[in-house]
Design a protein around this ligand. Sequence first.
Ligand code: SAM
Length: 276
Amino acid sequence: MAEHWFCEQNTPGYSVQWKVVQKLHQETTPFQELMFVELEEWGRTLILDGAVQYTEKDEFIYHEMIAHVPLMSHPRPEKVLIIGGGDGGTLREVLKHPKVASVDMVEIDQRVVETSKVFLPGVASGFDDPRTRLIIDDGINYVHETKQKYDVVLVDSSDPVGPAVQLYSRPFYQDVYRALADDGMLVVQSESPLFYGQLFASIVGNLKDIFPITRVYLATVPTYVSGPWSFTAASKTHDPAHIADDTAIIDGLKYYNKQIHQAAFALPQFILERLG
Ligand code: SAM
């Protein structure tokens, strides 16, 4: 049988190939091209518009870091909003916090949620939790119109193509600021500082103009374009680098711990220089 490789083109000069064991599903949704495959070594994998979003092997790194850094640095993360994150990985991590009382999750594409429940059942369990309210809507509209006030907002978005473009815009961040409580905190995935330096700097710059505290932190997620991956935490009062309750422990994590929380905020010189 002929070997089949999936090629992900990250930039005009850089692409990655993944060996496909089996294609599980493919469809065109109203928003994007959606595909699930089984990859050799990487396991079950979600691909949107040709970009790998999720692999079974290393998804824990991204999901633990986008969720636990803000939830451990906010003293009372009771009311949480997730924008995007249709595979359910971020939701699964958020629900591990005993202080979290409710999670609203706004995903634009119902088919990502429905198919993730079928093809990634291990992660999609959070959709049945009584604290979860799934809202199928554009995250831009939702934050623009909501009257809710959240303690923590997480933007687990795809890259800035298709429906996600406006999730990287200043008006969206201003709406998130308004939808946060007086001591609220936002975390966005802010792309690769090495491969997409301009985009990374513009995300951080926009957030700096709006929030009094803006902190970048890093993790290496092999699935995403090579090298460090960035997250940006923007906060009204609490320092995202400071763990609020030093005695709090969340069992069963594979990447996040208190040392990682602190170390993740140490930035290499080229990133500091890019941020000015
Ligand atoms: N961590 C992943 C990454 O960086 O590759 C992102 C994963 S998650 C699957 C991204 C989700 O954001 C997708 O399910 C997509 O449908 C959703 N999304 C894109 N634009 C959106 C919008 N405007 N409002 C809400 N969800 C959106």
